[in-house]
Design a protein around this ligand. Structure first.
Ligand code: CDP
Ligand code: MG
Length: 711
């Protein structure tokens, strides 16, 4: 079934190790020339015509090509030049990761020589840069699902490209099922216009009211393209009824793989040592390090900076750039910039750099073999984040990053015998996450029979049942599992986890929506506080001003309020916006608050506020009545309540699991009798984080649907 698309005409790599394109100082016309050259040298460039023909011939096409071959940046431009943007139609390209959507859109806007947000734009949760003139639109897979709520036939799109499909995020999987339906429904509508269809045919398209077009709108067929970096296209092809698959020949230079002799007890330390070894004794070329999250990246960044100081002056030539999803978007583009002359760039990345984002110039990869992933316990119905070993497929992708422009080296910080034990490929996320979120969305899209939905890989019956039960308890569904009105539909409209959406609705009744908006925004970002190793006591002292004896939610609210006050004061004193921001950054430094995280939380806050205003929820503050707010937290997060046991650990009431308060919680020492929490992380313990002290008697009073029947 699969066909080979030929290599570049000469068949030899035309790669140049020239990545000065990211150097913003070059004159415009030179920059343009370089970009144009780079585009022409991409493996996909020589097959533009051929690909366009394939897309014209087939309604569903699977494109497989190695990372860096130009799929994400080039194909949409080919399609646009090939006429798929006519009549105001849009080409949508979905990405599992926000960072990819943002950085690629910026790059493509530059390649097209247009301003971002005009012909090329991106749209991710809490950040939309598109306009009516946008024709090439990068967006997250989750966001396209949300768009389907408002426009079930996705009528503005002529082509939807599901990119990075091999990642098999839960949103990608649901999207694939949905797009199948939308495509059928659109071709049916089209034929109705011309020669009519039978009732049977009509019934074959899922019986969804939502798949009817709006009155008077003209429907054209939808092209679907599935793109993947994993060479095996069979799964996708079978799912789409034997769809056509095309392979783009990539170019890969040899990569030396090095394993450690012994198991490394501390991979962060091992990574640091390896970075410095490469820097001091290997040749030039940039280094890419895979780490597991923002917190780890930020701490490694600081450690590198500290250790660089100890090197001889002439060797202090490391330029560290982090990349992770919650990094503010203006900072994300820094990874693509070349290091100053004579410097070696060290990119500290999460899994983002595995296939989603291709960074030029990398010669060395450091791979600790770990990833932070969602994990779901079917017995307890609880989802947690856990640092787990990657799969063989992921290890190969990671090492591949070192051989794109020339021979490279990959340092695996584990033993070869460990590699052999890794799973071949990663389990799709849909098999290891709580499904409440997607089930709520599917219900809102009119898919009532979740078990009957055409999933590429069906989640287990228990997982579906657990999530339905949870939605029922949150009041999002009626007793016969239909979306409830208005609570369920309101919850589906908010771009948040159902439990947070519900918390906002509850809070409007408790007259503390101001506080809940803050709490939810602050909970939506990672690591608000930071504690440098050399200033532990200072950091602790600074934190005391915000600490609430009632717990982390109230502490976060205090931080937010204090930061808002600082900003307000500075503005009142006549400071311009830039100056006020600076004052706030200083305030953050003084108080050991992570200014990046705070900024992100402020952005999220203003967006969700917009949503709840639109929904007409009553926004008021409980002022200093924190009892009221705590009762509201109990009413919202009753599914995550826990009681203290004799030994100081806790029993989660919903699952009977034993959990412990994470040392970062302000309640770590106080250990109150009864609490509600928001996050479960598994390391060597089941740790819970973001915790508030509550009165156990509130539970049957505020959540009788759950606790009254249990007692
Ligand atoms: O999607 P695929 O992995 O096939 O490749 P791509 O993301 O389209 O990347 C093609 C080329 O564009 C690579 O050489 C990247 O390094 C480059 N690129 C870039 O320089 N800056 C970006 N923001 C994105 C891509
Ligand atoms: Mg790509």
């Amino acid at each position: 079934m699969a066909t080979e698309v030929p290599k570049n005409s000469e068949g030899t790599p035309k790669w140049k190790n020239n990545h000065s394109h990211s150097n913003g100082n070059l004159p415009q016309n030179m920059r343009r020339q370089i970009i144009s050259q780079q585009r022409k040298s991409l493996p996909i460039a020589s097959v533009e015509k051929r690909l366009l023909e394939e897309v014209r011939k087939h309604d569903i096409l699977i494109i497989v090509g190695e990372t860096g071959s130009g799929k994400t940046t080039q194909l949409p431009q080919f399609l646009c030049n090939g006429g798929f943007c006519r009549d105001g139609k849009v080409i949508g390209i979905t990405q599992p990761r926000r960072v990819a959507a943002v950085t690629v859109a910026k790059r493509v806007a530059e390649e097209c020589d247009v301003e971002l947000g005009q012909k090329v734009g991106y749209s991710i949760r809490f950040d939309d840069t598109t306009s009516a003139s946008t024709r090439i639109k990068y967006l997250t897979d989750g966001l396209l699902l949300r768009e389907a709520l408002l426009d079930p036939l996705l009528s503005r799109y002529s082509v939807v490209v599901v990119d990075e499909a091999h990642e098999r995020t839960v949103h990608t999987d649901v999207l694939l099922g949905l797009l199948k339906d939308v495509q059928k429904a659109r071709s049916l509508e089209r034929r109705k216009d011309t020669n009519g269809v039978t009732l049977k045919e009509e019934n074959n398209v899922q019986n969804r009211v939502s798949l009817k077009p709006c009155e008077g709108s003209k429907i054209s067929p939808l092209k679907l393209i599935i793109m993947s970096a994993s060479l095996d296209a069979r799964g996708f092809s079978e799912y789409f009824g034997g769809a056509r698959a095309v392979h783009i020949q990539g170019r890969q230079y040899p990569v030396d793989i090095l394993y450690t002799h012994n198991a490394e007890p501390d991979y962060v330390d091992a990574a640091l040592i390896t970075i410095f070894q490469i820097h001091m004794s290997e040749g030039p070329g940039d280094i890419l390090v895979f780490l597991t999250g923002q917190e780890e990246i930020e701490s490694v960044e600081k450690l590198i900076q500290e250790r660089v100081q100890k090197l001889p002056k002439t060797s202090q030539t490391l330029k560290v750039v982090p990349i992770f999803s919650s990094l503010p978007s203006e900072k994300q583009m820094l990874v693509f910039q070349t290091a100053p002359p004579g410097f070696q760039k060290v990119i500290l990345a999460t899994n983002i750099a595995e296939t989603s984002v291709t960074i030029p110039g990398i010669k060395y990869v450091i791979d600790p073999g770990l990833v932070k992933a969602r994990s779901y316990n079917h017995r307890t119905g609880m989802e947690s984040l856990i640092i787990t070993p990657i799969s063989k497929a992921q290890a190969l992708q990671r090492s591949g990053r070192a051989g794109r422009e020339g021979p490279g080296k990959c340092f695996r910080l584990y033993q070869e015998s460990e590699f052999a034990k890794l799973a071949d490929s990663t389990t799709p996320e849909i098999k290891r996450c709580n499904l409440s979120n997607v089930i709520l969305q599917l219900k809102a899209l009119g898919v009532d029979d979740i078990m009957g939905f055409d999933f590429m890989e069906k989640p287990s019956r228990t997982a579906i049942a657990n999530s339905l039960e949870q939605l029922l308890l949150l009041g999002a569904l009626t007793d016969d599992y239909k979306l409830s009105d208005p609570v369920g539909s309101q919850m589906a409209r908010l771009p948040l986890d159902p439990i947070y959406s519900k918390a906002l609705i509850v809070a409007s009744e408790f007259r503390c929506l101001e506080e809940m908006l803050i709490a939810v925004s602050m909970l939506s970002v990672e690591s608000m506080f930071y504690t440098p190793r050399d200033k532990m006591q200072e950091a602790r002292d600074a934190r005391k001003c915000f600490t609430s004896v009632d717990g982390d939610h109230l502490t976060l609210v205090s931080v937010y309020r204090a930061s808002a006050e600082c900003l307000e004061k500075s503005r009142l004193a006549g400071s311009k916006e830039k100056k006020a921001e600076k004052t706030l950054n200083k305030w953050c430094r003084d108080n050991f608050i992570n200014s990046r995280s705070l900024k992100h939380a402020r952005d999220i806050h203003s967006q969700i506020r917009g949503h709840v205003e639109q929904m007409g929820l009553h926004i008021s503050s409980c002022g200093d009545d924190m009892l009221q707010f705590r009762r509201c937290l109990a009413a919202s997060f009753f599914l995550n309540a826990a009681l203290k046991q004799h030994d100081g650990s806790y029993r989660a009431l919903a699952s009977s699991q034993t959990v412990q308060i994470h040392p970062s919680s302000v309640l770590f020492r106080a250990k109150p009798e009864c609490i509600v929490y928001n996050e479960l992380i598994r390391t060597n313990h089941n740790y819970i984080r973001n915790i508030t002290r509550i009165d156990p008697l509130w539970l049957p009073e505020l959540a009788p649907q759950y606790y009254a029947s249990q007692n």
